[in-house]
Write a protein that binds this ligand. Structure first.
Ligand code: KIV
Length: 281
């Protein structure tokens, strides 16, 4: 059965941990959905791990919408969250609602927006009122990497943790149905999670968040430009692809591919005609 935001919020009350992953294409979404994943985030991490950009700020809304539509065709049960890319929600509330609507029309059930400023809190309220559920994102927020000054762990002391909690509470009151906490000390993330009624979804934020999210391509070893400390690698897709490519190259060069079974054959009658024609010339 299709999961909705109410179900995701209830998981926290039930003490059931939420398992979330990113995906960007139809087959991956289908496979992780069939495996039982709760949330699929069509993350703007696609910028790095699919499109090869050096930063997430370079991906466009049109690229994100293509990935979102593909994921929504593959996933039948998971809640699908479209990650709004840089500058598609920061300029004005009206433009942000229009762009968020494009994600819903492409098949997302909710959108994710980064940050905890008064503007983002107001936007969360307006999107929720419009019927577009919002996943918030605090702690390290990659779209602000240039102002943060690099990939830095956030909430490293009491004061900054309290500030993040304050923003989280405001986002919760504005209607956010969950909050991603990225790159924070586990104690800080635990403290924030304990003081919210909506679930926190951690990434590099320790085991005590209400759920966890990772980038699928990190999990399956399909991206090796950089590898965050918090990403657990379950499989080596790079090795699998290079091994298969090496074997294929060898088979083509040695002439062992394709074999008879992998080729089409003429009937014996037609083959004879070809052979006779060749002999009489
Ligand atoms: O874009 C992304 O993949 C994210 C993370 C939270 C996984 O925002």
């Amino acid at each position: 059965m299709k999961k909705n935001v109410r179900k995701i919020v209830n998981y926290k009350a039930e003490g059931r941990k939420i398992a979330a992953l990113t995906a960007y294409d139809y087959p991956s979404a289908k496979f992780i959905d069939e495996a039982g994943i709760d949330i699929i985030l069509v993350g703007d991490s696609a910028a790095n791990v699919v499109l090869g950009y050096d930063t997430t700020t370079k991906i466009t809304i049109n690229e994100m919408l293509i990935f979102t539509a593909a994921v929504s065709r593959g996933a039948k049960s998971a809640l699908i969250v479209g990650d709004m890319p840089f500058l598609t929600y920061n300029i004005s509330i009206d433009k942000a609602i229009e762009n968020a609507g494009k994600f819903i029309q492409a098949g997302a059930d909710a959108v994710k927006i980064e940050g905890g400023s008064e503007y983002i809190i107001e936007l969360t309220k307006r999107l929720t009122e419009t019927g577009i559920p919002v996943m918030a994102h605090l702690g390290f927020t990659p779209q602000y990497v240039n102002t943060i000054g690099g990939n830095r762990v956030q909430g490293k002391d009491f004061e900054t943790t309290l500030k993040i909690l304050e923003a989280a509470k405001k986002l919760e009151n504005a209607g956010a149905f969950s909050i991603v906490l990225e790159m924070m000390p586990e104690e800080s993330a635990r403290f924030i999670s304990m003081n919210l009624s909506v679930p926190t979804i951690g990434i590099g934020a320790g085991a005590d968040c209400d759920g966890q999210i990772l980038v699928l391509n990190d999990l399956i070893g399909k991206f090796d430009d950089f590898s965050p400390k918090f990403a657990r690698k379950y499989f080596d897709t790079k090795k699998m692809i290079t091994d298969v490519a090496n074997r294929y190259i060898e088979d083509v060069r040695s002439g062992s591919f394709p074999n008879n079974k992998e080729s089409f054959q003429l009937s014996s009658e037609e083959r004879c005609k070809l052979e006779n024609y060749t002999q009489t010339r």
